[in-house]
Ligand binder design. Structure first.
Ligand SMILES: [Mn+2]
Length: 354
């Protein structure tokens, strides 16, 4: 297994590449979507909700091969490998998620995007097939020493998503008033089936693994929309929808531990044994939905050493990244939180003989 680090779009620069390297990372997972309107250089954990994360990109402007290659070259020049891109821009696939009239046109664009990613030599593309995305979370002094973090305090946001918005981002500012119609879980599964049937063959040809994140938070319905993977066994359904070495998982330990059923160790064993895990969000939590808190990597319910033993037993060769961490009380809360998690991860990985 390999130690990686995740960077948001506004962090794709020399300073952050050096920081990741200094933390011991060998690989990067990067976000190309600009979620936060790049106002706050240290923004990490927006909680979502009615106002969303800002404006999505442009439907007709997918990330080009040249753009991806130049980012990869800069990362390589800083002594790191680019393992994965995390998340589609809502502007590029809103009607794929919504089953709308532009679905096929957008899937054509996604095919080209995956070809660009493959040509640039980036092996994994992480995605989250979710209408609401992150929602219903609260912010508080939830972690050790009153470190600021996020969680849920029993309340689920039931407010429908307004037209023109999906996955917390606005793709159409001029959408007609109203909100998304309520759909069933079966309808959501038929949409992801359509998506995988079109895109997996292209991913196979392009040498790119599509890797699905589970729902965060893993509730059956959020904002009046169904969720896809909110129990560990639902990952199996997703894998079996379209059997392929390129139909893979972005395995988020935190989200899986938050699920009301199942067992995070059994799930880690089951999916890594099948070789279905592309990379891991290595973070810890206390509690389960709808009452859980994100905490420091060494203080939550998950025994991270036991997870690493399972990964080692199953010869997991992929990348682990911290995902998110609580913010530490100092002049650089995000950096300190991340450096703490990375130091723990590096030592823990070595201690299991990695
Ligand atoms: Mn995650």
């Amino acid at each position: 297994m390999k130690l990686g680090f995740g960077l948001y779009r506004h962090m794709l620069d020399q300073e952050h590449y050096k920081f990741a390297k200094q933390c011991g990372a060998t690989h990067l997972v990067i976000h190309m979507v600009d979620y936060f309107g790049h106002n706050d250089k240290n923004a990490d954990q927006p909680i979502g909700g009615s106002t969303g994360w800002g404006k999505a990109g442009r439907m007709d402007k997918i990330w080009s091969y040249e753009e991806l290659r130049s980012i990869k070259e800069e990362i390589n020049a800083n002594g790191l490998e680019l393992e994965a891109i995390e998340n589609f821009d809502p502007a590029h696939w809103y009607d794929v998620l919504l089953g709308g009239p532009k679905r096929d046109e957008q899937l054509e664009n996604l095919k080209q995007l995956i070809r660009n990613v493959g040509k640039a030599g980036i092996p994994v593309f992480g995605y989250n097939f979710s209408l609401a995305g992150v929602s219903s979370r609260t912010v508080g002094a939830y972690a050790r020493g009153e470190a600021m973090s996020v969680g849920m305090e029993g309340e689920v946001d039931g407010n429908p998503i307004p037209n023109g918005m999906v996955w917390n981002m606005v793709y159409d500012e001029n959408a007609v008033e109203g909100s998304l119609p309520r759909i069933s879980h079966d309808e959501l599964w038929s949409r992801v089936q359509y998506f995988l049937d079109v895109l997996i063959p292209v991913a196979e040809e392009a040498g790119v693994k599509l890797a699905a994140h589970p729902d965060d938070p893993p509730m059956p319905y959020v904002r009046d929309t169904p969720r896809l993977v909110y129990q560990p066994y639902m990952y199996q359904r997703l894998i079996d929808l379209r059997p392929s070495p390129n139909n893979n998982l972005e395995f988020c330990l935190g989200s899986i531990a938050e699920m009301s059923e199942g067992d995070v160790y059994e799930a880690t064993d089951r999916y890594t044994k099948q070789g279905k895990v592309s990379y891991i969000h290595f973070r810890n939590v206390k509690g389960k939905v709808p009452n859980y808190k994100e905490v420091f990597v060494d203080e939550g319910d998950i025994d991270m050493f036991r997870i690493l033993e399972i990964l080692k037993k199953n010869n997991f060769q992929g990348v682990l990244i911290p995902d998110h961490t609580p913010q530490m009380s100092c002049g650089a809360p995000w950096h300190a939180g991340m450096a703490y998690a990375m130091g723990f991860m590096k030592a823990a990985m070595e201690s299991v003989g990695n």
